[in-house]
Design a protein around this ligand. Sequence first.
Ligand SMILES: Nc1ncnc2c1ncn2[C@@H]1O[C@H](COP(=O)(O)OP(=O)(O)OP(=O)(O)O)[C@@H](O)[C@H]1O
Ligand SMILES: Nc1ncnc2c1ncn2[C@@H]1O[C@H](COP(=O)(O)OP(=O)(O)OP(=O)(O)O)[C@@H](O)[C@H]1O
Ligand SMILES: [Mg+2]
Ligand SMILES: [Mg+2]
Lengths: 256, 256
Amino acid sequence: MARKIAVASQKGGVGKTTTAVNLSASLAVAEKNTLLVDLDPQACASVALDFNQDLLYRGVYEIFMRNFPASGSIHETEIPNLYVIPNNIWSNNAEDEIMRTSLNRTMLARSVEELDDDYEYIIMDSPPSMGHLMVSALVAADSVLIPVQAEFYSYHAFDQFIRLVKTVRLSVNPDLEIEGFLLTMYDERTKLAHEVESDLRRRFGRLVFKTVIPRSVALAEAPASGKPAITFDGRSAGAQAYMRLAGEIVRRRRSR
Amino acid sequence: MARKIAVASQKGGVGKTTTAVNLSASLAVAEKNTLLVDLDPQACASVALDFNQDLLYRGVYEIFMRNFPASGSIHETEIPNLYVIPNNIWSNNAEDEIMRTSLNRTMLARSVEELDDDYEYIIMDSPPSMGHLMVSALVAADSVLIPVQAEFYSYHAFDQFIRLVKTVRLSVNPDLEIEGFLLTMYDERTKLAHEVESDLRRRFGRLVFKTVIPRSVALAEAPASGKPAITFDGRSAGAQAYMRLAGEIVRRRRSR
Ligand SMILES: Nc1ncnc2c1ncn2[C@@H]1O[C@H](COP(=O)(O)OP(=O)(O)OP(=O)(O)O)[C@@H](O)[C@H]1O
Ligand SMILES: Nc1ncnc2c1ncn2[C@@H]1O[C@H](COP(=O)(O)OP(=O)(O)OP(=O)(O)O)[C@@H](O)[C@H]1O
Ligand SMILES: [Mg+2]
Ligand SMILES: [Mg+2]
């Protein structure tokens, strides 16, 4: 039975893609069969794992617009145990189609259900908006992992996102849990980071991961190489932090 | 005749709000009558200028959903010559209404037209998505200012945004120009930043602003005080860079 985790926040640039890619890679390295689904038309997660946007391959487009089974869009990566459903909405000139049609928000949920026995974790990267694609991820997920950049705007936008999660829980996905809040791009030297952290832990206690992701150049440079940080520079602080996060998530699951 | 500039990019966290707020404040300090319109439901620009989200005031909601004239939603700020139309979509629980209705994308354009003689600059902050609110900004604008974070994902997502601008130009706003590309959160020490900058200047030449916005803690800390960087810490590198940017935009306009 796969644990389906949506990595989501409507605030932009808080580390959703960096988390989805590096958490998936870390789970795979820990020998958990993992599938990463890229629901963001920007296709940053796809590119980070070397899926060149100019090539045509099956992906998320076929699931949403052609109602094909998800299994037809799955691709291997260089990393054992890591598989990807890339985003190919732009390469199919379909962004308008997606925006216009009132997507059936349970479509993704139904198509990943058939993969439940093949994977231990299904990680979904979502775009920074309240649109159909993000809501589809929240409907399909067992839980949502919310990256929180330790800065003012990210913390301010946070309450809106919690309200959205509650609305999805009340309407379409009553079992949606919060996997946890993850502090990202944490810079020890700024007082802002410490203020956001202490406020977050005060309000949400154990829901905040012990693991904090530091600001680490390797995490910003790895995507250009088409590799996750663990294979680009395994000893970097960023890569090590995501390995710790994977460990924390696996341990929490065992004790549920 | 107001110059209407949309600050936009579908990539999240690249400095759209930081640019919209600090450029508007710098133009006002340079004695140009300036109106900032916050089209992002996250309302980060509104909060950065001390519009508390718990209070109810007229804003963008009345323009889009009640078709009221824009002049009824304009508020003064502490800074002379700087006015704001705040975002109040969330405080009206209207995010679903906005997502569901097929907003008339020319609504904003028609309502800001009546303000043409009152302001020299109208700056629009937009959300990180391809939805109605961002497209409305591109339809209403004379030009678009595109922040580019000097990092891999931001540079990769860039080509998609240029295609969107061209589509809007071909369909609804044939006069839409590119005001310029602005390098943001520039960290001298990383080779990634230098690589993105030299590639951007090679491809787009004069369209790339000479002014580069450095990574500056004052820009990240100012929003918590409800003030733009120029009044929060006027001597900071961030505040000075946005003053230079305002100067560059005013000079370019003169020489058109
Ligand atoms: N811990 C970190 N240290 C240094 N850089 C980071 C870190 N995490 C993310 N980044 C960089 O910060 C930028 C924003 O991160 P990312 O693109 O993952 O955020 P996002 O939430 O997915 O953005 P979007 O809202 O556009 O989807 C990227 O350039 C990324 O490489
Ligand atoms: N030059 C800078 N130096 C330091 N921090 C910066 C700078 N510019 C922006 N920031 C910080 O980086 C974060 C992202 O910036 P900002 O919120 O302005 O981006 P955005 O593009 O408006 O994001 P969104 O896509 O969510 O609308 C914020 O926390 C902001 O305070
Ligand atoms: Mg992303
Ligand atoms: Mg913003």
